[in-house]
Write a protein that binds this ligand. Structure first.
Ligand code: AMP
Ligand code: ZN
Length: 459
């Protein structure tokens, strides 16, 4: 399997550290608000990677952190005048709920930064002792000048290593690229006790500590959106190298941006839609289909019309399965459509080419619907469609999806009976007309004759 490794700037054969096992970490949300569908793209990308490894028989240990100590959470709590913890708890729960609603499989571990404070403090102490970090007035900084490998992940040279134009120069730092490991707290901010006084950890330390705690000093994959390569992941790697001499992860994977009108969707640009809002109008499967229709590293443009198209594509899968009453088939998979499965694997093995993998699902859908084929063949196509679709995270609630047609059918049957009643009235068969009305009423369907025709409603 080939995966694009950001640190090598090329696709590489994936070789796990331990045969048959995959240890992966993906950066989770900072919980100060509901997450937007740009974030959702990152979460779904790594969910699909995890599912694909599992399908290929790997035992996967997947960690996704929850950043619950951060400037933005503090700012929100001051703004809303509610305790910091309350903001973090509210949006951490919303994150779990919305992830589940998006059909994202629960990671094996979802640690929160507040749960690993002791480990964070020990890691910072070790960095100070090893000469990779220094304290200035209650703040602790990582000394990037002490680590020759600094910049190796992002490929940034010394003069390019500025954390961001908006960050004003801090005279306490030895080098502008030095980053905060521990921050002395200001009045009114939440505090934790440390050898450097009251303060709180920096984001880059939170993530590296959670990764190492659950997956060890060197694991297989570290992922996140492309915006995290520098400085976040560069800084995580720097701390790991300084602490253990080992690269934190062997493969660094990054998803491209979800854009809106050409700009990255983000809270700061205020051009975002929360996943929660989009889920009110669209199915989780359509959102997933939309993400997967593009390669995960390419930028993707969001607009409601594309989600509509995705909705139709997903509907087409369900319609095919309904057309052969998938819920009732008892056939076992007999190895048919192995060629399609092979094509699916080839696509996914090529750095998760989900667009090509979806094309295989379309081909199977056409076979399911093809009335020229014997029914057994169509059933086999359906079994393969569902098997491969589930690898991409579709068809989780297939039973309810397949039965969704029932209300539609009820409506059609009511209309049909009303048509018969109209005929009866034209034939002046009042007894039959009344019987239809009364029988429908007994079932809870109330009808009313109006000059425009017969209207009905459910009582
Ligand atoms: P945050 O809560 O900002 O740390 O983001 C959580 C995850 O979403 C990270 O992996 C980010 O890189 C990713 N992310 C943020 N904005 C976007 C976007 N517009 N498109 C794709 N991924 C994003
Ligand atoms: Zn992170």
């Amino acid at each position: 399997m080939l995966l694009y490794n950001t640190s090598k700037r090329s696709k590489e054969e994936f070789v796990p550290g331990q045969p048959g096992k995959v240890k992966m970490y993906a950066c989770g949300p900072t919980v100060y608000d509901y997450f937007h569908i740009g974030n959702a793209r990152a979460f779904v990308t790594f969910d699909v990677l995890r599912r694909y490894f599992e399908y290929r028989g790997y035992e996967v240990d997947y960690v996704q952190n929850i950043t619950d100590i951060d400037d933005k959470i503090i700012a929100r709590s001051l703004e809303e005048k509610v305790p910091f913890q309350q903001i973090a708890d509210k949006y951490a729960q919303a994150f779990l709920d919305d992830s589940a609603a998006l059909g994202i499989k629960k990671p094996n571990h979802q640690p929160r930064a507040t749960e690993v404070l002791t480990d964070i403090i020990s890691a910072i102490q070790a960095l100070v002792e090893k000469g990779f970090a220094y304290e200035v007035a209650g703040d602790v900084y990582f000394d990037t000048g002490a680590l020759p490998e600094y910049g190796s992940l992002s490929g940034k040279k010394r003069d390019e290593q500025l954390p961001g134009a908006r960050i004003t120069e801090n005279p306490k730092k030895r080098n502008p690229a030095d980053f905060t490991l521990w921050k002395a707290s200001k009045p009114g901010e939440p505090v934790w006790q440390s050898p450097w006084g009251e303060g709180r950890p920096g984001w880059h330390t939170e993530c590296v500590v959670m990764g190492q705690k659950f997956l060890g000093d060197n694991f297989d994959i570290h992922g996140g959106g492309i915006d995290l390569v520098f400085p976040h992941h560069e800084n995580e790697l720097a701390q790991a190298l300084a602490l253990t001499g080992k690269p934190l992860a062997n493969y660094w994977m990054h998803n491209g941006f979800l854009n809106i009108d050409g700009d990255k969707m983000s809270k700061s640009l205020d051009n975002f839609f929360t996943a929660r809002d989009i889920l009110e109008k669209h199915s989780a499967e359509a959102i997933r289909f939309f993400f997967l229709s593009k390669h995960y590293r390419s930028p993707i443009d969001f607009n409601p019309q594309i989600i509509e198209e995705s909705e139709r594509a997903v509907h087409n899968f369900h319609e095919a399965l309904r057309s052969i009453a998938f819920g009732k088939i008892s056939a076992e998979a007999d190895g048919s459509f192995a060629e399609q499965e092979k094509a699916f694997i080839e696509a996914m093995d090529d750095d998760l080419n989900t667009a090509r993998a979806l094309a295989v699902l379309f081909e199977l859908t056409r076979s399911v619907k093809n009335e020229q084929l014997p029914r057994e063949k169509r059933e086999q196509a359906a079994l393969m469609l569902v098997k491969l679709g589930r690898v991409l995270g579709f068809f989780a609630d297939l039973e309810s999806k397949l039965s969704e047609q029932v209300p539609d059918l009820s409506r059609q049957l009511i209309e049909l009976l009303l048509d018969y009643r109209k005929q009866a009235r034209q034939n002046k068969d009042w007894a039959l007309s009344d019987r239809i009305r009364d029988d429908l009423a007994a079932l809870g369907v109330e009808i009313r004759d109006t000059p425009q025709g017969c209207e009905w409603k459910i009582k």
